[in-house]
Structures are given as structure tokens and as C-alpha cells.
Design a binder for this molecule. Structure first.
Ligand SMILES: [Zn+2]
Length: 714
């Protein structure tokens, strides 16, 4: 059957499908089945034919036809990667076809413990929803999701009102007045399946289609321009909402006014999801981001969502409203999102922060470039570092070259001119040239085409910041003996700023204690969180005369500081471990429970601490290895369990389970660890014991790596 279709449609392959047909709208009802890890869907698609043809297709990976649509006027055929719609299609006419499908997505749609979510970049939506991989065909998607009673569904567009249970009961009572109310209530209770229907008004590229399902509450805001903003969270994280989403409205208002083009979509939603593959994904009006950014007041100081929040929001213009025609122009998405996120952070955190981040990315880019591995911005295979950070630098330099007024006006024209369309680098450059009389040909050569990073231009630019000039002055002291620079470092540490203070502390490392003691004490007394954190991270040998001060780091409002301080204190003063553990025993830390897990591991390793509850402590730590927890939590737990050698039956099972996880980085780490452990016969014995409890995927993995249970049993 498949081959027949290939023969039928061979002529078609010579033309781009976008020249033949324009898909206008895809309406679909999608029903995920978490138990079977399947998706069923009913699709109605309308398309405008541009050239006479006998068939058009949607991308649809490994889908099967679900049921016959007797009303369909067209023949529908499923191949391995496509769904073909056959008919006599005449140019200038709009057609509509419908079909039903089942998909078992291997990627793009993920079922975690209690959530379902999608990730469509770059062309993966067709693994769960028939759509168009080519970014150049923008389509209006109206999706409806059928789910169980509990889950909240979040997707692109405006949620239509759903019929609630009561109104269904009323309706049934009218139709069937003879049936008693109690009976009707029972019927509705058993059969009620909420339908979450979302309406999009504007077209978008298919990779930006998304949904998330799970147990979520939301907080609602409205931007100054009146756009509804919904901030989702798991009910148990309600106390972290403020810190997690801090500055959201400021970021939204800032970007809308800076970009100068109104936010293009009906509303904006942000959803933290479990075990996400990236920091965030800018689905149209519906950003999904990693649950690791859900933080409390203290966590905010170390690891907050502000940058990712601004980055994904900036994409709603750069990427979503206007979309690259192809990978060559990918920096038009990532370079712009990175640059505008930096501008938002500049407005919130100030100039020093802005230049510090630019400086940090310049350091990375210079290092790569010096190895001869610099990449052109227009290389479609370039690294993220190039697309994101070199892209942002290119825009920073261009902005400096032409001035704010010209830059902002050109960006605004560029967005308006190509709104809901596709763009190339030339489209952007042309808008600059239209507005500005400044010659930018050198910029084009140095920043778009050149592979080497323009370190000199970057250095010149950074010197425009008084903060960077002072930082460079201090950095120049790095190679001087401490005796020659202590007065200068003393001056810096008297009223230290975040980054210059950190640099001063860095230069105290491995110096004779009597020369630097007063400087460390000054740094501690400054009460600057960053300066104190630098001390906590750096000092692995704590002199007795500094012990009391160092202990005070356990009270700092930073989980990174607490973790480092505890580690160094326990190593330096082991006899006082119990005192330190008591101090942190009620602290959880980041989303990955870094402090709680450190507490458990250190308690288990300390003979005289919590002797009565050792079993409980171990069970809790082993529990964090399981699939009930995020991979960030599991990763830390595997590290500690391995160090402690606590491989009980559950721990071994959870390690095999981790080898089947959907996230490659976590999965590979677990696989390496399992390979290591399989060298031990006691570990292999444990696998024999638990083999019957393993699920199919876990058993399959063991078979794949050559672990043969029947051989093991002999
Ligand atoms: Zn991005």
C-alpha cells in the first residue's frame, strides 16, 4: 500500500508542497491515553490549493488510521511519515478533509508520572498531531483535548467555556424527564469527560503547537496593555508562586514597549513541567518551562526564572510572529530572544548585571574562537552558544553602531512588515539599511559571515561601561603577589559590589593565611551574598580563627552557599557534624532538594547522628531515586547512594528504571552508572532477586545490554 502511494505521487516530490497548497486550519480533538502511552485524534483540515494536484499531505509520523469517515469526499491514506489526502484539487479552491488517527509518539509528547506535555521544536509536532513540519506554512490550530476529571489542560489560544457537570445534569433531565435525578447524577459522574477547547485566531508554524496536562492551579495577571497572563503551578507549590514568577508583569510590559509592536497573541500562559528537556520552550502564547525554576524566596537569589521568562516571551515576537524560513536564519530567533531578555534584565537588575552577562558570554565565545572553532551566525549547524550568545553580541554591537533610535525603529518595521510570515537575515538587514544612513557592511562581514569572534570590538564595547573598566582593573591584579595588591583588594572589599567583590575573593585563594585573613573577614562582614558565596565555594581549608565566621554562612539566604558551607564545615570539623546537621535539618533547598538530600546523606554517613532513625533516613534517600521524583532530584540521590554504597533492592530497581528515562542526559548518566555496578557480583545478584518486579521496558533494556537473567541464575 505504501509503495503504491509513492508511485502515485512521485511527480509531486519535485515541487515544494508550499507551492502547491496552503494549509489554513487544523481543528482536532485529541485524547491522550497515559496508561497506553497513545494519542487518538479526530482531525478536520482545510487547505487552499495553489496548483492543480491530485494529492496533498500532512506530516504524520508512524500514525495509523483509526476509523472510517464515510462522509469524507477524499481518499485518505497513511504512510510511514505522512497522511495523504487524494482528490481532484483545482487551484483557487478551498477544501476540507477529515480523518481519525492513533499515534504512539516516540518523541515530542511525553508522559511523566502525573503530567503529559509536548515539545515540538524543531519539527516534531507531527509525532502526535498531523501537521506541517515546514515552518513556512503557518496554520491556525484549534485544538480540543479530552481528559479525565482531574487534569487541567493548557494549550495555545483562548479556552472556551466548558460545560460543567451541573449543566449536563440539567440538560439530561430535560431530555429524559422519566429518569430519576439520582440516576442521572450517577450517569454524568461516570461518563463526564471535560473537553478543553482552545481557539487560536492567528496562524503559526506547527512546531509551536503544544499542550500540558496535569494537576495545576494558576495565578492571573493582566499586562498594562490588557493582555491576560496566566501563571501555572502545582498546588503544592503555591507558596513559591511569587518568587518563581517575580517580575513577570514588568518583563511583559518592558518587552512590549521596547519592541514597539503589541504582543501578537490572545493571551500568555506559562507552565512549569516535570522532567522538561530544556530550560523553556516558547510555544505560541503558551511557554512550557522546567520545573527546576520553581523556587522560593531563598532559591530566587541563586537560580531564578527571570532570564528564561524574558527569553521565551521575546520569542513570541522573534520566532513566533515572524519565523525563519530555514535553519540558516536561526539566529533571528535565538540571538534576538537572548538579546531582548538581556535588555529586560538590564531594566530589572541594572547596568552592571547586563555587562557582567555580556562579559561572561564573551569569555566563552573568545575561548572557542581561539581554538579555531568559531562559527558564522549563518551556519545552520552552529552551536547554541553561537545562535544565542554570539547572536546577542551581534545585536549589541549593531545597536551601538546605529544607535537606539534607529535600531528600535528598524526592528519595529521588520516585525510589522513580516508579521505572521517568514523571514531571512536579509529581511532584517534591509530594514536597518532603510532606516539608517550608517554603513553597516563591516558589521555584516564581521558578525554575520565571519567565523572568528571579534574580541577586540567586544573589549572596546565593554570599556564603555565604568563597571567593566573597574572590573578589568581588578582582574589585572591577578598575577601580582598578594603583598603588592592587598591595599587595593582591601579597598574593593570595603563596600564590595557583587561581581567585583567576587573577583577580589577569587584572588585570595591559596594565599598565606596571615596575609589574607583580614581580607576574608572584611568580605564576610560586607554581608554581600555574592561575596560570601564566593568564600563558601572557595575555602576548602578553614583555619580555626575563621571557624565562627564560616559557620555563619549556613544562615545565608542562598541554598548554594549553605550547601558549600556545610560540605566544607563537615570536612574541616567532623566532630561538630551533629551541630551542623541540626542546623539544616528542616531545609529542603532547590526543587532538586539539594539541602535535604545533603542532610540525609551526611546523617547516614555519621555514625552517632540520628541512630534511631537510620532506616527511615535511608528509605527517604532511596525513595528520591524513584520515578515519582524529577530527574534533578534523582540525579543527586544516585550520587549520594553510590557514594554511600546503599544499593538495596529498591535502589537497584530505580537505577534500571532511570536507564529507560525519556531525557537522554539523565538516562545516559544512569546507564554509565549501571555498567559500572554490573561489574560487581553482589549487584548482579540483587538484579536476579528483583527481576520479576521489573516492567517490560526495564527488562528490555537489560536484554539490550546483554544481561541475561537465565545465565545469571546458573
Ligand atoms: Zn530560545
Amino acid at each position: 500500500m505504501r509503495y503504491l502511494f509513492f508511485l502515485l505521487f512521485t511527480t509531486f516530490c519535485f515541487a515544494q508542497q508550499t507551492d502547491v497548497v496552503d494549509f489554513l486550519k487544523i481543528s482536532a480533538t485529541v485524547t491522550p491515553n497515559a496508561e497506553k502511552k497513545l494519542v487518538k485524534g479526530d482531525v478536520s483540515v482545510s487547505f487552499n490549493v495553489l496548483k492543480k494536484t491530485d494529492a496533498v499531505y500532512l506530516d504524520a509520523i508512524a500514525m495509523t488510521a483509526d476509523k472510517e469517515h464515510s462522509d469524507s469526499l477524499f481518499s485518505i491514506a497513511f504512510t510511514e511519515d505522512e497522511i495523504w489526502i487524494g482528490g481532484d484539487f483545482e487551484p483557487g479552491y478551498t477544501y476540507q478533509a477529515s480523518f481519525s488517527y492513533t499515534a504512539a509518539p516516540k518523541k515530542a509528547l511525553y508522559f511523566t508520572e502525573d503530567q503529559i506535555w509536548t515539545q515540538g521544536q524543531g519539527k516534531n509536532t507531527s509525532h502526535w498531531l498531523p501537521s506541517i513540519d515546514d515552518m513556512n506554512d503557518k496554520i491556525e490550530f484549534d485544538l480540543e483535548f479530552v481528559t479525565n476529571n482531574k487534569a487541567t489542560v493548557i494549550s495555545n489560544g483562548l479556552l472556551a467555556r466548558m460545560p460543567d457537570k451541573d449543566s449536563l445534569v440539567d440538560r439530561l433531565l430535560k431530555i429524559e424527564p422519566e429518569i430519576p435525578v439520582s440516576e442521572i447524577n450517577k450517569i454524568v459522574d461516570e461518563n463526564y469527560q471535560p473537553r478543553w477547547r482552545f481557539d487560536m485566531q492567528k496562524p503559526m508554524s506547527s512546531y509551536l503547537v503544544a499542550f500540558a496536562m496535569g494537576d495545576f492551579d494558576k495565578k492571573e495577571l493582566v499586562s498594562s496593555s490588557g493582555v491576560p497572563i496566566e501563571l501555572y503551578y502545582r498546588p503544592q507549590d503555591s507558596l513559591k508562586v511569587e518568587a518563581t514568577y517575580r517580575y513577570t508583569k514588568d518583563i511583559f510590559d518592558f518587552l512590549e514597549s521596547k519592541i514597539g509592536v503589541p504582543y501578537p497573541w490572545q493571551n500568555y500562559k506559562q507552565v512549569p513541567v516535570r522532567d522538561f528537556l530544556y530550560a523553556g520552550m516558547e510555544n505560541t502564547g503558551c511557554t512550557l518551562f522546567s520545573e527546576a525554576f520553581v523556587v522560593d524566596e531563598i532559591g530566587f537569589n541563586d537560580k531564578n526564572y527571570v532570564n528564561v521568562n524574558a527569553h521565551e516571551l521575546a520569542h513570541q515576537w522573534f520566532g513566533n510572529l515572524i519565523t525563519e524560513t530555514e535553519g540558516t536564519h536561526h539566529w533571528l530567533h535565538e540571538g534576538f530572544a537572548t538579546y531582548y531578555a538581556l535588555q529586560a534584565e538590564r531594566a530589572i537588575f541594572g547596568e552592571e548585571y547586563y555587562y557582567w552577562k555580556l562579559y561572561q558570554s564573551a569569555e566563552k565565545l573568545i575561548a572557542i574562537s581561539n581554538q579555531g572553532k568559531g562559527q558564522s551566525l549563518l551556519n545552520p549547524k552552529a552551536s547554541s552558544l553561537t545562535f544565542y550568545e554570539k547572536g546577542a553580541w551581534a545585536l549589541h554591537i549593531l545597536n551601538e553602531t546605529v544607535g537606539d533610535e534607529v535600531f528600535d525603529r528598524a526592528v519595529k518595521n521588520y516585525l510589522n512588515k513580516h508579521a505572521f510570515g517568514n523571514v531571512t537575515t536579509e529581511d532584517f538587514v534591509n530594514e536597518i539599511k532603510t532606516v539608517s544612513s550608517v554603513d553597516i557592511s563591516a558589521w555584516e562581514k564581521d558578525w554575520l559571515q565571519q567565523t572568528a569572534f571579534q574580541a577586540n570590538a567586544v573589549y572596546e564595547s565593554m570599556l564603555k561601561s565604568p563597571f567593566m573598566t573597574s572590573l578589568f582593573d581588578i582582574m589585572r591584579l591577578r598575577n601580582l603577589p598578594i603583598s603588592e595588591k592587598k591595599n587595593e583588594l582591601n579597598r574593593v572589599l570595603t563596600f564590595p559590589t557583587d561581581f567585583i567583590g567576587q573577583e577580589a575573593i577569587l584572588q585570595l585563594d591559596d594565599q598565606p593565611w596571615d596575609e589574607v585573613e583580614f581580607l576574608y573577614k572584611k568580605g564576610m562582614a560586607s554581608n554581600n551574598l555574592f561575596v560570601r558565596q564566593a568564600i563558601a565555594l572557595q575555602m576548602d581549608k578553614i583555619p580555626d580563627s575563621f571557624k565562627v565566621e564560616f559557620e555563619s554562612l549556613l544562615d545565608d539566604d542562598s541554598y548554594a552557599t549553605k550547601e558549600a558551607a556545610l560540605m566544607h564545615l563537615v570536612t574541616n570539623f567532623p566532630s561538630e557534624t551533629s551541630k551542623y546537621l541540626d542546623k539544616i535539618k528542616d531545609i529542603e533547598g532547590f526543587q532538586d532538594k539539594n539541602i535535604r538530600q545533603q542532610f540525609l546523606a551526611y546523617s547516614l554517613a555519621t555514625r552517632n547522628y540520628g541512630a534511631a532513625s537510620k532506616k527511615e533516613l535511608q528509605d527517604e534517600l532511596v525513595g528520591y531515586l524513584s520515578g515519582l521524583y524529577s530527574f534533578e532530584i534523582r540525579e543527586i540521590a544516585f550520587g549520594y547512594i553510590n557514594q554511600l554504597g546503599m544499593w538495596d533492592n529498591n535502589a537497584v530497581h530505580y537505577l534500571i528504571n532511570a536507564c529507560t528515562h525519556h531525557y537522554w542526559r539523565f538516562r545516559n548518566g544512569a546507564r554509565d552508572l549501571l555498567d559500572e555496578k554490573l561489574k560487581e557480583s553482589s549487584f548482579r545478584k540483587t538484579i536476579q532477586t528483583i527481576y520479576g518486579d521489573l516492567n517490560e521496558a526495564e527488562k528490555e533494556y537489560l536484554v539490550r545490554i546483554g544481561f541475561n537473567i537465565s545465565v545469571e541464575k546458573k
